[in-house]
Ligand binder design. Structure first.
Ligand code: NAD
Ligand code: ZN
Ligand code: ZN
Length: 363
């Protein structure tokens, strides 16, 4: 089966023909139907974060179950599923205390180190899977606890976006930050993740949703999805001052959806007293964020969010209902649909800031 493989860092993806194993205990073989391009993969392609190589990239995919391992009871062949990298064991202290997105026992849902690899090249080399999913591939072999069943009415080439981007952005607003009705929100960065955070804030009932981006096209898109006020960061050197002016002194919630220490600092500095800044972006591991200590006297808070603090087996079906009843807008977030062969072009478009989400579809 064809898959997009990262073979060096930094590097582009290479389309290779790989062999995929049969499902072992707890595993499910999926025919991929849609795969979204998330910026996290690009961070790895650019070498900002280290990974084992070679590795099939992609972690935002949906498809149809082809075959299941002996003891799999959750799904059966023919079921439609969305994959999520928050693969939970269901038994560790994080899973059992209501935080399966932080599962502390990935071993329980992975193959043993000495077991045959899920993916191999013709010469027998093992090929890893990004986030244990490897979603830029015609087929995926995934642990059942990384999957949620979805109703067939839901188009899979839209459902895939919920697997990472929507769950992350929407969840950051609704779950991690718990945005309250009537409040003021600012989202910095209106890519796939930021646009989902904007939608979360809109559905949670925020009054003002201020959006900051360097691209006017992105700001326009943000306006269709719930943004109410806009700051083009390429046209001002005082983003914080502008947001404070629009919000009348500072926002209740801010979200950083880019992954830069400079914009994390902006997210914190634009808070009203008692406000909460939530960092969603992946800030490069060596980067340091500096804050003024005195600001903590104003009860300002700074927190991280991993995959929107999701409980994806309950969250994703709810988000699908919101899409089907017209409240969660996904069609508007797909800027381009491409073949697997064009995955590097898709990432070039992301680098140029031209797209919200690009989706790979498979015939
Ligand atoms: N926390 C998590 O669990 C999680 C999950 C998925 C993705 N992420 C991270 O979220 C971040 C965003 O991902 P994405 O797929 O939406 O990326 P994206 O490239 O689609 O969007 C980033 C947006 O930021 C804008 N931007 C860039 N520099 C800016 C600046 N200085 N000021 C204002 N806007 C600026 C770009 O124009 C673009 O619209 C990435 O760092 C990604 O790795 C985190
Ligand atoms: Zn992602
Ligand atoms: Zn666990």
């Amino acid at each position: 089966m064809k898959a997009a493989v990262l073979t060096e860092q930094p590097g582009d993806l290479v389309i290779e023909d790989l062999t995929i194993d049969r499902p072992g205990p707890g595993e499910v073989l999926i025919q991929t139907v849609g795969a979204g391009l998330c910026h996290s993969d690009l961070h790895f392609m650019e070498g900002l974060f280290r990974t084992t190589l070679p590795i099939v990239m992609g972690h935002e995919s949906a498809g149809i179950v082809q075959a299941v391992g002996d003891d799999v009871t959750y799904v059966k062949p023919g079921d439609h599923v969305v994959a999520c990298l928050s693969i939970f064991c269901g038994q560790c202290h994080q899973c059992l205390s209501g935080h399966p997105n932080r599962c502390a026992n990935p071993k329980a849902t992975s193959r043993a180190k000495d077991a045959p690899a899920r993916l191999t090249r013709a010469d027998g080399t093992a090929v890893d899977q990004m986030a244990r999913l490897g979603g830029f591939a015609e087929e995926m072999l995934v642990h059942q606890n990384g999957l949620v069943k979805v109703i067939e009415e839901m188009p899979l080439e839209k459902a895939c976006l919920i697997g990472c981007g929507i769950t992350t952005g929407f969840g950051a607003a609704v779950r991690t930050a718990n945005v309250q009705v009537g409040t003021t929100v600012c989202v910095i960065g209106a890519g796939g993740i930021g646009l989902a955070a904007i939608q979360g804030a809109r559905i949670a009932g925020a009054n003002k949703i201020i959006v900051v981006d360097v691209s006017s096209a992105k700001l326009e898109m943000a306006g269709q999805l719930g943004g109410t006020h806009f700051v083009n960061a390429s046209e001002t050197d005082d983003v914080v001052g502008e947001v404070k002016e629009i919000s009348g002194g500072g926002v209740d919630y801010s979200f950083e959806a880019i992954g830069k220490s400079q914009t994390v600092r902006q997210a914190f500095d634009m808070l009203a007293m008692g406000g909460t800044a939530t960092v969603i972006g992946m800030v490069p591991s060596k980067d340091v964020v500096e804050l003024r200590g005195i600001d903590f006297l104003q009860e300002k808070k700074l927190q991280g969010s991993m995959m929107g603090s999701n409980q994806f087996r309950t969250d994703i079906p709810r988000m699908i209902e919101m899409y089907l009843d017209g409240r969660l807008l996904l069609d508007e977030m797909v800027s381009a649909t491409i073949d697997l062969d064009a995955v590097n072009d898709g990432y070039e478009m992301m680098k140029r800031g031209e797209v919200a989400r690009t989706v790979i579809t498979f015939d």
